[in-house]
Write a protein that binds this ligand. Structure first.
Ligand code: MN
Length: 449
């Protein structure tokens, strides 16, 4: 058993902001999350009474790194290790005969997604969007399942616009279905144990079933039930599932939508998802993921990638210490630290990073005494250990992410900054004795600071 509600129950009260006041779904939850971010606060939002719906809405679940580590069964700061262990030790899911997600089955005309508390998130958005749907589908040739997120724009009660612009495995599946003039069966999971969400966000090989990865994070097989109207399996403990198909060779306008870059974009593959049935718990929670340039949208796309890229660089540069994709850079900036043992090692690590992740276009290497998760320290290292004429390199016109509004023809320039100190640097950082630091930390702790 592993459900969203169980995960929420074991969070400390301080991590959950319960709002009982009736709240409109259009814009208000987004505004609330972004205001909390300005205050450097990242609680889960639990909206008890969203206007126009009987279902409570959960949002901002993925906005905090400590909580994401917990989802992977790890202590804060231990996410990378837990993730890499899971990648290496997948656990296959288990089919069970029934589950809470089938407590209510609404098929045909009864399946009205318009009744769900689907929000409009930004003023530029084309309409109400599900940003928290995990699309589960199957490779038409090998049968291997795929889990991924794609934005879904509510058009009518049983019709959504969907963009597969990330051109991941689901896009490849659809193209192969379209060549045979067949629709692609898809189940959309809205709300389940967040470990399944982490797995669905991973960029793993096409041969990997993301449920195996989710099982590895949970330490036990994910229990699945067979869908009612399509040949697909969904977590038995899910909150809500839309069963349906992406139509072959049909294109309709979709978007614009507020993307992770912080800009509204109309870039879309313009596909159409048609709902055949809605299945759900008797009393489901509706999970929303605030899209755009929000911490949860960025972290969910980033944590697994960070762990994966870190490990690939470390295999070649074993002196690598840490890697961070700062929120300020959306997915385009990265900071790495290393315990440098030879000149040129920092540039080597930076080139590996650019090679592994085409989204990155600005990367900084610092020494191990700099905390890459503290942006102020990284900028201090640039201020005091970096000279632009000798410590910087630029590579022109490299493949990049097209959602970067400054990219030209899908290409961008890459800039690497080596802000590590030269060897035998005779400059000394100011320090304090550890007894003094330990003592004041204890005192501050007594004041709850
Ligand atoms: Mn896949």
């Amino acid at each position: 058993m592993a459900s969203l509600a169980e995960f929420l129950q074991q969070l400390p009260d301080s991590e959950v902001l319960r709002i009982t006041e009736p709240m409109a779904l259009d814009y208000f939850p987004t505004a609330l999350v972004l205001e909390l971010e300005r205050r450097k606060r990242f609680p889960v939002l639990w909206l008890e009474r969203p206007l126009g719906s009987a279902l409570p809405v959960i949002a901002n679940l993925f906005a905090d790194r400590g909580r994401i580590a917990r989802m992977a069964g790890a202590a804060p700061g231990e996410f990378n290790a837990a993730w890499l262990r899971a990648e290496e030790n997948p656990i296959s899911p288990r089919i069970v005969p029934s589950g809470p997600v089938h407590e209510v089955v609404l098929a045909g005309d009864q399946a009205d997604a318009g009744l769900l508390p689907i929000a409009r998130h930004f003023q530029q958005d084309a309409g109400r969007y599900i940003g928290s749907g995990i699309l589960v589908c199957r490779d038409p040739d090998t049968g291997v399942r795929n889990l991924s997120y794609q934005r879904l724009q509510l058009k009518t009660g049983n019709r959504f616009g969907v963009s597969l612009h990330s051109r991941g495995h689901i896009w490849d599946y659809l193209l192969r279905c379209e060549a045979r003039n067949r629709n692609l069966e898809v189940a959309v999971v809205i709300g389940c144990h967040p470990a399944v969400y982490l797995a669905a966000g991973a960029k793993v090989a096409m041969e990997v079933d993301e449920y195996d990865l989710a099982g590895a994070l949970l330490g036990k097989p994910v229990e699945l039930v067979r869908c009612k109207t399509i040949d697909m399996e969904v977590p038995a403990e899910a909150e809500i599932v839309l069963e349906g198909e992406i139509l072959a060779n049909v294109r309709e306008d979709e978007g614009p939508f507020g993307e992770y870059t912080g800009y509204s974009t109309s870039r879309s593959t313009r596909n159409v998802f048609v709902v055949k049935a809605i299945t759900r718990r008797e009393k489901p929670l509706f999970l929303d993921i605030i899209p755009g340039y929000s911490s949860e949208h960025l972290l969910l796309g980033r944590c697994a990638k960070e762990a994966h890229v870190f490990q690939r660089i470390k295999e070649v540069v074993p002196t690598l210490v840490a890697l961070n994709y700062p929120k300020s850079g959306t997915h385009f900036h990265a900071y790495l630290s290393l315990k440098k043992t030879a000149e040129g090692q920092a540039r080597h690590a930076l080139m590996l990073l650019f090679g592994l992740d085409p989204y990155v276009k600005f990367a900084v290497a610092v020494d191990e005494d700099i905390d890459v998760f503290n942006e102020e320290e990284v900028l201090w290292a640039i201020a005091t250990r970096f000279q632009a004429d000798t410590d910087m390199f630029v590579v022109n016109r490299v493949f990049c992410n097209r959602l970067d509004p400054s990219a030209v023809d899908g290409m961008s320039a890459k800039v690497g900054l080596d802000a590590t100190a030269p060897p035998n640097w005779d400059v000394e950082r100011t320090t304090l004795p550890s007894e003094a630091v330990d003592f004041v930390r204890k005192i501050l702790g007594q004041f709850g600071l």
